[in-house]
Design a binder for this molecule. Structure first.
Ligand code: IGP
Length: 254
């Protein structure tokens, strides 16, 4: 699946026309996760659909969801911008950026500098780079390019092999472990356990995907994560502010 998505991205890049510059207040994604509102930081994801789950949210209103997440005390947001596989949009990100005061990650499959410039212009504060998508040297180039444009970077890996490949070339400040295998779409939150032991001390660790309950949150924290990235389980609830409080065990069953 990942390979298919990357083929689509190459094609999109070949006809990409950069949008006009917007006026945005840049917010530090890294600092927000370094000083989270709760015992474990939260990146709440604005996610309409995914290739593995299909449509997740009917009557999808990205700005309302983002405001509800912010009200619930999310530290950062992630907004899917991939159109073809996740039914996301650049416009969703821009609209959300204009509505909230917390930093925003552009969630997409970034393999080229043009997409980083695009991310900046549509109002992103940070981008995602996927370890399994590129050679480590190329990841490092994109990582440096993003920082030169004042964007933070969440580098995501799924397995130890990828992490070791990356760490030979550079040490990301923010490292996500995706519990979902992007080739098979299976999730396993214990994926983090072994990988966490190899993470350099100053790197902030984010547990991503497949987090549904307070128990999952506590498990991921016990493995060493400083923050989590949660999409589906929050999106499926009626009220995203309450969904966050439930996830953190602040209210029981809404
Ligand atoms: O909906 P979930 O299982 O809570 O997962 C959120 C997020 O981690 C997931 O959307 C994700 C992680 N890495 C990605 C890369 C591309 C697209 C999506 C993702």
């Amino acid at each position: 699946m990942l390979n298919k998505i990357l083929e689509t991205k190459k094609e999109e890049i070949s006809r990409l026309v950069l949008p006009e510059e917007g006026q945005f207040t840049k917010r530090s994604f890294y600092d927000a996760l370094k000083n989270p509102n709760r015992h474990i930081g939260l990146i709440a994801e604005v996610k309409k659909a995914s290739p593995s789950k299909g449509l997740i949210k009917e009557n999808f209103h990205p700005v309302e969801i983002a405001l509800a997440y912010e009200k619930g005390g999310a530290d950062c947001l992630s907004v899917l911008t991939d159109v073809q596989y996740f039914q996301g949009a650049n416009d969703y990100l821009t609209a959300v950026k204009n509505a909230v005061n917390i930093p925003i990650l552009r969630k997409d499959f970034i393999i080229d500098e043009l997409q980083i410039e695009e991310a900046r212009r549509i109002g992103a504060d940070a981008i995602l780079l996927i370890g399994e998508a590129l050679e480590a040297e190329r990841l490092k180039e994109l990582y440096d390019d993003a920082h030169s444009k004042n964007l933070d970077v969440l580098v995501e890996v799924h397995d130890i092999e990828t992490l070791e490949r990356v760490l030979k070339v550079f040490t990301p400040k923010l490292l996500g472990v995706n519990n979902r295998n992007l080739k098979t779409f299976e999730t396993n939150i214990h994926q983090l356990k072994e990988i966490a032991q190899l993470i350099p001390k100053d790197t902030l660790l984010v547990g991503e995907s497949g987090i549904y309950t307070k128990e999952d949150l506590d498990t991921v924290k016990s493995y060493g994560a400083s923050a989590v990235l949660v999409g589906e389980s929050l999106m499926r609830k009626e009220n995203q502010t309450e969904a966050i409080k439930e996830l953190y065990g602040e209210i029981v069953n809404g």
